[in-house]
Design a protein around this ligand. Structure first.
Ligand code: NAD
Ligand code: UDP
Length: 343
């Protein structure tokens, strides 16, 4: 049978590594491009533990056209490339405000370079990692893909908007792409084997890595950022999706792209359900039978009150839906933390 390679930039990262596993499970041959700027070579061993062989890997800085060309020459010589999934980017909102150029250089630079080299090799299918941050606080929730894009609140958010625009412009050009822009809500959890998961570097800003570290007594109790919002329990509402469900949406997206020619479609990827911070704490305690140490604190600047996805479009067009519950995700997150804690 013909090998169907899929190039995965940032494939050693959190969402990328889980997607590599699901691509393998679906019969694709994933090829990872990463420079470990926010990950670790051990992730490749974790992937190998799950899929049973070392994944194909090229150490490449995706902002370097020269390095990308070298890798693409080798990859295309090995066989057909079905598509590219472009995860490689920096993602810390706060850091992007402190070091905007770092974000513009890496996030815009890697997307520009990848698109250029992709065109040189006439590879058509392109999957881009975007974010629900492009919506800001939407007027209507659940939010669907027709909601307006708001002025970005951070350089990180702006890089996602700019890359989306870049892909749309290329799609409208003389050499169009076949692309999907995936707006992720809040990915959480880890592979149930605990062989791969999220590697928070330094002080975690996101809720779940902080929560699991607090439960593991590696950090002070969790501070709930604001309990006076206009929500049923006063805490912010988000759409938390198991990272494996998110990974599987990329596989579904590639299948859909293979039936298209010059698509450029945006999809929300979430569960369609909103969960408050206090509900997350309760769900974690239910799933794991352990108390979460926490205190109520003041609001975090820049947080939107409530956002969750309308995922009708992804369900209908991609024939995809979530398989895991929030308890599954929190059980897997804790299992992963226990492994990290023990390391
Ligand atoms: P991550 O930091 O775990 O993974 C990103 C990977 O890309 C890392 O392995 C890093 O080493 C690599 N990388 C970064 N710049 C590179 C470069 N120039 N060349 C080669 N490799 C490079 O992040 P993640 O959580 O897996 O996020 C993946 C994508 O999804 C990012 O584009 C991110 O902006 C987007 N996203 C993430 C979330 C989230 O909550 N995690 C939400 C919305 C969107
Ligand atoms: N949050 C919190 N305490 C923390 C980290 C996050 O209460 O230590 C809250 C945060 O205010 C938000 C939700 O958890 O309402 C999700 O935050 P996260 O940073 O994980 O994602 P995002 O803000 O990108 O949705």
């Amino acid at each position: 049978m013909e090998m169907k390679q899929v190039i995965v930039t940032g494939g050693a990262g959190y969402i990328g590594s889980h997607t590599v596993v699901e691509l393998h499970n679906a019969g694709f041959t994933p090829v990872i491009l990463d420079n470990f700027i926010n990950s670790d070579a051990d992730v490749l061993k974790g992937i190998e533990e799950i899929i049973g062989y070392p994944p194909s890997f090229f150490e490449v800085d995706c902002t370097s056209i020269i390095q990308l060309r070298e890798a693409f020459e080798k990859i295309t010589a090995q066989g057909v490339v079905e598509g590219i999934i472009h995860f490689a980017a920096f993602k810390a909102v706060g850091e992007s405000t402190e070091q905007p150029l770092k974000y513009y250089q890496n996030n815009l630079g890697s997307t520009t370079a990848i698109l250029q080299v992709m065109q040189e090799h006439s590879i058509k299918n392109f999957v881009f990692s975007s974010s629900c941050t492009v919506y800001g606080q939407p007027n209507v929730i659940p939010v669907d893909e027709s909601a307006p894009i708001l002025e970005a609140e951070s350089p990180y958010g702006f890089t996602k908007q700019a890359c989306e625009r870049m892909i749309m412009d290329v799609n409208g050009s003389a050499q169009p792409l076949n692309a999907i822009l995936l707006r992720y809500f809040n990915p959480i959890g880890a592979h149930p084997s605990a062989a791969i998961g999220e590697l928070p570097i330094g002080h975690p800003n996101n809720l779940i890595p902080y929560l699991t570290q607090a439960v593991a007594e590696l950090r002070e109790p969790l501070t709930v950022f604001g309990a006076d919002y206009d929500t049923p329990d006063g805490t912010c509402i988000r759409d938390y999706i198991h990272v494996i469900d998110l990974a599987n949406a990329h596989v579904a997206g590639l299948h859909w792209l293979s039936s298209q020619t010059e698509a450029c479609e945006v999809f929300n990827l979430g569960t369609g359900n909103g969960t408050s911070v206090l509900e997350i704490i309760e769900a974690f305690e239910r799933a794991n039978g352990i108390a979460v140490p926490y205190k109520l604190g003041s609001r975090r600047p820049g947080d939107v009150t409530a956002i969750y996805a309308d995922v009708t479009k992804a369900k209908n067009l991609l024939d995809w839906s979530c398989q895991f519950t929030i308890e599954d995700a929190l059980r897997d997150a804790w299992r992963w933390q226990q492994k990290l804690g023990a390391a």
